[in-house]
Design a protein around this ligand. Structure first.
Ligand SMILES: Nc1nc2c(c(=O)[nH]1)N[C@H]1C(S)=C(S)[C@@H](COP(=O)(O)O)O[C@H]1N2
Ligand SMILES: [Mo]
Length: 431
């Protein structure tokens, strides 16, 4: 059959289904979705509607690209703007971060190519054949493991978020998009070996109270992990969403400490040193401590507190009057999210959102809330409650306790303003 014959046959089919579309159209007319139905005039196909019903779209008229035309698949041409959010004013890229475009994503899993990045000394290129993990200090049998050795241990796959503790910094609550605000959080299915299993193989001595993890990057990033966490849910991970870790996420091996601040999830892991006291490294003294209003500083603030954000609609989006689903993500380092409430009247009243399964411990949780927008100005926001009973605070409530000298661990509620035009913007504005 020629291409022409095929297309003739198809237009026959399309003529019939076009009548169905119009019949359905009259049923839908006046409903919230009426805008999606083609007007009568679409039939007089101009150049602009040549691919719209009832015409046969161009991409049906000849075969598409060959199988395997991309040996590693990439997103559609038409999704080119869904990329990591790299700050425009960066002076250098070696110790810097870039963010996940949360407002463009659905569900709870971050695609590997969009996982946020934070590096203190660039991304090393590590040949796994030349990579070793040294385990020493307060252990019976010091070990040097190859990557093959690591993968021979019994493994597990689990879904968890990782979040930088500066997400957002206390003075950075005015960002335009959801990504500008909290794009330093991502969530993946991680595969690896429980740290406990590896430490048992080395024979941990009873005096060991900390395990100091060191990365094989130019920063030699070093963090001390309390032994309780090492023997609980800590993992040494080598895969992320089914494939080996991406270089930016620590290839070939990283520490995963579910719920603990991002900085402790040491990438490019080369050394575990069992000790009786912490290392008091740079990341535990001059950085990653929290200045309180009384001048004291909190140290070893491991846990990321409960947090949530509406990702759609969110800053820079534009909505139409009528039905809009409000959706977003919630998470807590302390365990499962047990509830998310949404307010569409600037926090005067709250109603429960629906949590979409699966609701996993220390993982992103998707929430949904049906909303009919009447076209009046509105401020919408979400607040999360975790299984410990802790409720996400407003920025005013948070700073009443923590003051304004802190940089890390800001988990305040983030409000979006909806203008009469339907334009959505950050409701936190600098005084
Ligand atoms: N070796 C090493 N590990 C590291 C870092 C680093 O620079 N070097 N950055 C830390 C910080 S501050 C964060 S927030 C997370 C970022 O993880 P990601 O880049 O996979 O998102 O990794 C942590 N682990
Ligand atoms: Mo971080």
């Amino acid at each position: 059959m020629s291409v022409q014959e095929r297309s003739d046959r198809k237009s026959g089919i399309m003529k019939r289904s076009r009548r169905d579309v119009l019949r359905r159209g009259s049923v839908l007319a006046g409903s919230a979705l009426a805008g999606a139905v083609l007007p009568e005039s679409a039939h007089a196909a101009g150049e602009a509607d040549k691919n719209l019903p009832p015409n046969i779209p161009e991409w049906m008229k000849s075969p598409g690209a060959d199988v395997g035309s991309e040996l590693y698949g990439t997103p559609s041409l038409f999704e080119k703007k869904v990329v990591r959010n790299v700050p425009k004013d960066l002076k250098q890229y070696t110790s810097a971060s870039c963010r996940t475009p949360l407002q463009d994503l659905d569900g709870i899993i971050t695609p590997n190519g969009l996982f946020y990045e934070r590096h203190h000394g660039g991304i090393p290129t590590i040949d796994p054949a030349e990579h070793r993990l040294l385990i020493h200090g307060l252990v019976e049998r010091p070990l040097i493991l190859t990557m093959d050795d690591v993968r021979r241990f019994p493994s597990q796959s689990r879904i968890h978020f990782i979040e930088c503790s500066g997400n957002p910094a206390y003075d950075a609550i005015y960002g335009k998009t959801a990504s500008d605000l909290v794009g330093l959080v991502s969530c993946a299915e991680w595969t690896g070996v429980p740290l406990k299993t590896v430490l048992e193989e080395a024979g941990l001595k009873p005096q060991a109270k900390w395990v100091i993890a060191e990365g094989a990057d130019a920063a030699a990033l070093t963090r001390s992990i309390p032994i309780e966490k090492c023997l609980d849910d800590a993992m040494l991970v080598y895969s992320q969403n089914g494939e080996r870790l991406r270089p930016a996420q620590g290839y070939p091996l990283r520490v995963l400490l579910p719920g603990f601040e991002g900085n402790m999830n040491v990438k490019w892991l080369r050394r575990l040193h069992a000790t009786d006291e912490p290392a008091y490294s740079r990341e535990e003294t001059s950085k990653y401590t929290d200045s309180m209003p009384d001048g004291k500083a909190r140290q070893f603030t491991f846990y990321m507190e409960a947090k949530s954000i509406i990702t759609r609609p969110s800053g820079t989006h534009k909505i139409e009057k009528g039905f809009n689903e409000i959706t977003g993500i919630a998470w807590s380092g302390h365990g499962r999210i047990v509830g998310v409430e949404v307010s569409v009247d600037e926090g005067r009243s709250w109603a429960p959102a629906q949590l979409q399964a699966p609701v996993l411990t220390r993982a992103l949780t998707r929430f949904r809330f049906p909303w009919y927008w009447d076209g009046e100005p509105a401020v919408i926001m979400s607040r999360a409650t975790d299984e410990s009973g802790y409720v996400q605070p407003t920025f005013a409530e948070l700073t009443k306790v923590r003051g304004l000298n802190s940089f890390y661990h800001n988990n305040a509620i983030l409000p979006w303003r909806v203008a009469t035009s339907g334009e959505v913007s950050n409701a936190n504005v600098k005084a």
